[in-house]
Design a protein around this ligand. Structure first.
Ligand SMILES: Cc1cc2nc3c(=O)[nH]c(=O)nc-3n(C[C@H](O)[C@H](O)[C@H](O)COP(=O)(O)OP(=O)(O)OC[C@H]3O[C@@H](n4cnc5c(N)ncnc54)[C@H](O)[C@@H]3O)c2cc1C
Length: 331
């Protein structure tokens, strides 16, 4: 006997979808996450998604339904309901430090949509609970051992160690996966030696004189003589609100310095004269080649834990669904 049929480590977009889908199929599942609240999406995500077009082996069909939007993963064969706003983005810009500007625009179909990742995650959590999934927030995965028949997981909650058992485990603990580390699952992956912070600011009151769209800024003149690039994407929080992101080398302060210089001293600084920071978030990213065989005995890796860089929000949800489907077949 085990405590659970399946334990899911990490309840981000992939893990939360796996928990809900397993519970919907009548499987006794426990989701474990170090976050104290499970209805928040901790990973930085500007919130763009590619809908009504082919993307990463899927075609997600968007159907507005009153206050909500139904997103149908037409190839995999499932639907999720999202209760937040969605906006199609029709313009894309590039700016050099010498004043050159390129713009691409599309009249009918948007390039992509922006959405609210926090609302999306909240919706999935509510659904997973309704389906009967159990959760342990504020709980850190520490280690595991496995035999042919079961996995024993060591977790830490409020400073105390606990041991839980399951038949199958889904590792959805993100890019720097602890499950992959302790099981040696990363050994066969190529490390590209690129490790660095990505920092994201959400800013309101941005006075951008161009068509609302994404903007890429490059050229050392924009960054005080340093190499760098900044991506700015409209936020679903309204006109004049943008999410600005950059990646740099360690220490993390170098990424913050690039954004600080760009918004205060670059030729574009006047756009940010009245801007206010709504949110700052960031993570350290390490680039490993994707896992070719994403399982190890009774453990299946899903989402960013098995991906090259980031698999993106919409694909992480798909990984969670497919992970649940595969694990059910193995039980
Ligand atoms: C700066 C930035 C911008 C991005 N922008 C976008 C975007 O605009 N659109 C988009 O689609 N995607 C974007 N992404 C990518 C997207 O956020 C990820 O691909 C997606 O979140 C992966 O989902 P996941 O569930 O696999 O992992 P994660 O979202 O990383 O979730 C992992 C979960 O595991 C938990 N966890 C980790 N370790 C432990 C542990 N030891 N014990 C317990 N719990 C643990 C974490 O708390 C977390 O909840 C962005 C990423 C970054 C870094």
């Amino acid at each position: 006997m085990t405590d659970y049929d399946v334990i899911v480590i990490g309840c981000g977009p992939a893990g939360m979808m796996a928990c809900g889908e397993l519970a919907r199929r009548g499987i006794k599942v426990l989701g474990i996450d170090k976050k104290p609240s499970l209805d928040v999406n901790i990973r930085t995500a500007s919130g763009y998604c590619f809908l009504d077009q082919p993307f990463n082996g899927e075609w997600i069909k968007r159907t507005p339904k009153g206050d909500t939007t139904e997103l149908e993963y037409t190839d995999t064969g499932f639907k999720v309901v999202y209760g937040g706003s969605m906006e199609g983005i029709h313009h894309s810009h590039m700016f050099s430090d010498t004043g050159k500007h390129w713009q691409a625009s599309t009249r009918k179909k948007p390039f992509y949509h922006i959405f609210n990742p926090h609302q999306c995650h909240k919706d999935r959590f509510a659904w997973a609970q309704k389906m009967g999934a159990q959760f342990m927030p504020g709980t850190v995965f520490v280690n595991l051992t496995q035999t042919d028949a079961r996995v024993e997981v060591k977790v830490r909650q409020n400073g105390k160690d606990r041991y839980l058992t399951c038949k199958k485990l889904i590792a959805a603990d993100g890019l720097v996966s602890k499950v992959a580390k302790v099981t040696g699952a990363n050994k066969s992956r190529t490390n590209f030696g690129m490790k660095g912070p990505t920092i994201e600011y959400e800013l309101s009151g941005v006075e951008c004189p161009y068509d609302r769209g994404d903007m890429f800024f490059f050229g050392s003149g924009n960054f005080g003589g340093r190499a760098g690039g900044i991506i700015m994407v409209p936020s679903c929080h309204g006109e004049g609100v943008y999410r600005m992101e950059t990646m740099s080398v360690l220490p993390a302060s170098t990424a913050t310095d690039l954004i600080e210089f760009f918004t205060k001293k670059s030729p574009f600084a006047h756009w940010f004269k009245h801007a206010e920071i709504i949110e700052v978030s960031g993570v350290v990213i390490e680039f490993l080649s994707p896992m070719i065989v994403p399982y190890l005995g009774n453990i299946l890796f899903a989402g960013d834990s098995a991906a090259f860089g980031e698999c993106l929000y919409q694909c992480a949800v798909m990984c969670g669904y497919k992970g649940a489907e595969c694990v059910q077949k193995e039980l």
